[in-house]
Ligand binder design. Structure first.
Ligand SMILES: Nc1ncnc2c1ncn2[C@@H]1O[C@H](COP(=O)(O)OP(=O)(O)OP(=O)(O)O)[C@@H](O)[C@H]1O
Ligand SMILES: [Mg+2]
Length: 388
């Protein structure tokens, strides 16, 4: 995505990642006891790594929003300390703290009587940026989150779709280039298809801006998809497990976590476990121009062969029962787009099932490494649990 595309040529280049400082956030023994005596969060210790996306996940009422709002002190903690890169911000000026922290509110929370541009410009205005700089920044950000400034910039929130409102909310939170981004169920109000697209775009955005992000959701699928690390919480802001997605799914710390991640956690793990080149099987290879009789000789007793195109790149799978007749390998093979070695097991297996073959060729760039089979995927998956 070209993030500078929307900026007028005369404007100084505005970098999305200009601030660059994505602080570590340390919560030390923070608690929130509400006025009526409700303990929202009790004695929570949590360190959120610089530049990582940490997900807080847990059932309704467990204290996710309370925890998040204590980080920017919209809710003042009853006890404990908050440290940004070691600096105690528990008692610094709250307004100044909040300008360093972008915030996407649960249910979006755009100002309904302001245009999209005015909404996104909220914090730059507070910071006293001049019109030109603000305008350039706002239009750049709208383009970054996939809204066309010329089309959507002057609309009011009610004139946007749910997904577009969510994007505008993300743009507003990023406006002053904060090092920290707090996002409270930012994608919960849209249908699953739009949500998945927003998640994908958001992952791409985070790969380029690398903020320290705290992301709240009660959806474990979303947590696993987005999180570098996930904190599974239970009532009172208690953290039951704090681990990367693969570890959480592979080795839940207790019954509560196992229950929360679901009985299908094995399937979910496919999406967070990369293909392991060491587990790939070596299938014979045959050129696309070879005759099926040649192919039958190459096959020996193998279940099939990988078909290479004229450039030596895998382009298909020839099952043993289709080799040996008349015609060409090209006519007998099943066309399969090879899977990059950087893909997950889920991607590999979904190709396997979609094309209905026994094995999917895996490539590193253009070079053929081996084939992924259901057995190979199982071996990788099993080992990833043993390693933890
Ligand atoms: N102002 C308040 N006064 C009293 N209790 C409150 C207040 N705000 C929240 N709580 C209570 O604190 C607990 C944690 O609330 P919180 O909003 O942090 O939950 P949550 O995990 O974000 O839930 P959800 O998934 O529904 O958004 C709940 O029991 C809630 O009822
Ligand atoms: Mg909440």
């Amino acid at each position: 995505m070209d993030v500078t595309a929307a900026a007028p040529p005369a404007a100084a280049p505005v970098q999305v990642a200009a601030g660059g400082d994505a602080p570590e956030i340390r919560l030390e023994g923070i608690s929130k006891v509400y006025a009526d005596g409700t303990v929202g969060v009790a004695e929570l210790d949590l360190t959120l790594a610089s530049g990582e996306l940490t997900v807080l996940v847990g059932p309704s009422g467990c204290g996710k929003t309370t925890t998040m709002k204590m980080i920017n002190r919209i809710i003042e903690p009853t006890t404990g300390r908050i440290l940004l890169d070691g600096e105690d911000v528990t008692r610094v000026d709250g307004d100044r703290l909040r300008r360093r922290i972008g915030y996407v509110i649960q249910n979006v929370g755009l100002f309904p009587h302001q245009t999209v541009r005015a909404n996104v410009a909220t914090v730059p205005k507070l910071l006293g940026w001049d019109r030109r700089r603000t305008r350039a920044r706002v239009d750049e950000l709208l383009a970054t989150v996939g809204l066309d400034p010329a089309v959507h910039g002057d609309r009011y929130p009610a004139q946007l779709s749910g997904g577009q409102r969510q994007r505008a909310g993300v743009a507003r939170a990023l406006a002053a280039d904060p090092g920290v981004l707090l996002m409270d169920e930012p994608f919960s109000a849209v249908d699953p298809v739009v949500r998945e697209r927003l998640q994908d775009e958001f992952l791409r955005l985070q790969a380029s801006v690398r903020k320290t992000i705290v992301f709240v959701t009660h959806d474990i699928e979303e947590a696993v998809r987005l999180g570098d690390r996930i904190a599974v919480m239970s009532a009172g802001g208690h953290v039951e497990q704090f681990a990367p997605p693969a570890e959480l799914l592979g080795r839940p710390a207790n019954d509560y976590v196992a229950d929360f991640v679901g009985a299908d956690r094995g399937l979910k793990r496919l999406a967070v476990t990369p293909i392991d080149p060491g587990d790939l099987e070596r299938a014979p290879v045959v050129g696309i121009d070879a005759s099926p009789a040649d192919a039958a000789r190459v096959l020996g007793g193998a279940a099939g062969a990988v078909v290479l195109d004229a450039a030596g790149r895998p382009c298909g799978w020839l099952p043993a029962d289709r080799a040996g007749g008349a015609g060409t390998v090209a006519g007998a093979m099943r066309a399969v787009e090879p899977v990059p070695v950087t893909a997950t097991l889920k991607t590999g297996l979904s190709v396997l099932l979609r094309v209905d073959v026994d094995a999917v060729p895996v490539v590193d760039g253009d070079s053929y490494l081996g084939v992924l089979t259901a057995g190979a995927a199982h071996t990788t998956l099993r080992r990833s649990v043993e390693r933890g």
